[in-house]
Design a protein around this ligand. Structure first.
Ligand code: GLV
Ligand code: MN
Ligand code: MN
Length: 444
């Protein structure tokens, strides 16, 4: 029997986190089941699977219910107790030796973009399940409990903002505010939760964790380019989102002379190029995107009168986010004045850059070294639930490479070996943070 205590106290006390203190849980005797993880990823990809090999599983839709039901059954079969909070976030707890200790949270999300891939969010959630399954196989009892989380609406493509359930958990929004958010069809989060029977009774934010660790594909090109297996994430970019409307004047495409037009779409073209230029001017630590536009009552022989669009900027520096914002406001004012077209731009969300907890980052780095994987420290370009949770608990992330850095696309891909490596780092980080009381089979 192994005796070891890798609780938060040891880590906070400055001890280098790792798996060496009198225990022999090593790469060779304790790894996750790679085939089982890979099968789980591909089995769940059928819920919302697209002909191009991607996944369309919008949050709180019918396919999200299917994957949630699958996930609940799998967690219960692995001996976990599953609870659901008032925003539909699922918590699956594997008991620890000392149930008075707050659990170590691990997981991610199971919703996808409209044309998403098989790995974004799914890897982190199903790797967390695999961690529990592997602990069960090895007969490991941890000191603290371990809790898998499936956060509702990480993607933000059906309801804004992204990562809304973890933000509410962290106290950035009230539950009622989030429940009242509407999708483009006017359906509220509350109605969508009730439709799939995932509005739970646990009050949001009441479940406490000792720490949270999220495994995710990088969604960018750095790890692959540098041939590194693991990204130890120590920083997350800030994000600012806008809703915009342009009000021009709809009129006949054949009879309205060019100088008399107040064309919303031509105006929008200038706004798109302004967002691109502003981001480039503030680079390399800035990106800007317009991902959505909808013309009201479009017709090929009508000059566009009114349209709505979304815009976003991201940067790892708060001061740069301020500069991007003021550059956008002045560009919009200038375009609007020149074209005599009204442009309204409302900032609907601002998420400051995230600095992940040094001790948890070190725990991830320690497990990565212990396992012998190549790695680098990395900044997350994408938003993640761990970024919200980092505001209220020690948190960190583990990245693995994805093919050509592509994500939010049906072509998104990652290798089994890299997913396995990431899950192994998650396993050993979890053990380091939760503390191991006994592991009879792992040491044989
Ligand atoms: C979440 O998927 C994001 O937009 O970063
Ligand atoms: Mn994600
Ligand atoms: Mn995503």
């Amino acid at each position: 029997m192994l005796q070891c205590n890798y609780g938060m106290a040891a880590i906070s006390g400055g001890t280098q986190p790792g798996l060496s203190k009198g225990m022999t849980l090593t790469k060779s005797n304790l790894q996750i089941d790679s085939a089982r993880l890979w099968n789980a990823i591909h089995e769940t990809a059928k819920f919302g699977g697209t002909p191009k090999g991607g996944v369309r599983r919008l949050t709180l839709g019918a396919e999200d219910k299917q994957v949630r039901d699958w996930f609940r059954d799998a967690c219960e079969a692995a001996g976990c107790t599953v609870s659901v909070d008032a925003l539909g976030t699922m918590f699956a707890v594997r008991p620890g030796h000392d149930m008075s200790k707050p659990p170590i949270g691990i997981g991610s999300h199971l919703d996808t973009q409209p044309t998403g891939g098989k790995f974004d969010g799914v890897l982190g959630t199903l790797a967390a399940l695999e961690v529990i399954r592997s602990m069960n196989d090895a007969g490991i009892e941890t000191e603290a409990p371990v809790c898998i989380c499936n956060w509702t609406n990480e993607e933000g493509s059906r309801f804004a903002p992204a990562m809304m359930a973890s933000a509410a958990y962290a106290g950035e929004y009230t539950t009622d505010d989030i429940l009242s958010r509407k999708d483009n069809d006017g359906i509220t989060v509350a109605e969508a939760l009730d439709t799939i029977s995932y509005r739970g009774i646990e009050p949001v934010g009441t479940r406490k964790f000792a720490a949270f660790v999220e495994l995710h594909i990088e969604q960018g090109p750095l790890l692959e380019a540098e041939e590194k297996t693991i990204g130890v994430v120590d920083l997350g970019q800030g994000i600012v989102w806008y809703n915009g409307t342009i009000s021009g004047f709809a009129s006949h495409a054949g009879t309205t002379p060019m100088p008399l037009r107040r064309d919303a779409l031509a105006t929008f073209a200038e706004v798109v190029l302004a967002v691109e230029k502003i981001a480039k001017d503030h680079g390399p630590n800035a990106v800007g995107t317009i991902g959505e536009v909808a013309i009201d009552n479009p017709s090929r022989n009508v000059i566009a009168g009114d349209l709505k669009f979304s815009a976003e900027f991201r940067s790892p520096e708060s001061a740069t986010m301020d500069k991007l914002d003021s550059a956008l406001q002045s560009a919009v004012k200038d375009i609007s004045t020149r074209r005599k077209v009204n442009i309204a731009i409302d900032q609907i969300w601002r998420k400051e850059p995230t600095v992940f907890n040094t001790e948890i980052v070190k725990a991830v780095e320690g497990a990565t070294k212990q396992l012998g994987y190549s790695y680098r420290r990395i900044t997350s370009g994408a938003g993640h639930d761990a970024c919200n949770l980092a505001g209220v608990m020690p948190a960190a992330m583990i990245f693995v490479p994805c093919k050509d850095g592509i994500s939010h696309n049906e072509l998104e891909d990652a290798t089994q070996a890299d997913c396995t490596a990431g899950a192994n780092v998650l396993l050993h980080t979890t053990l380091a943070l939760a503390g191991v009381v006994s592991a009879p089979k792992a040491n044989t």
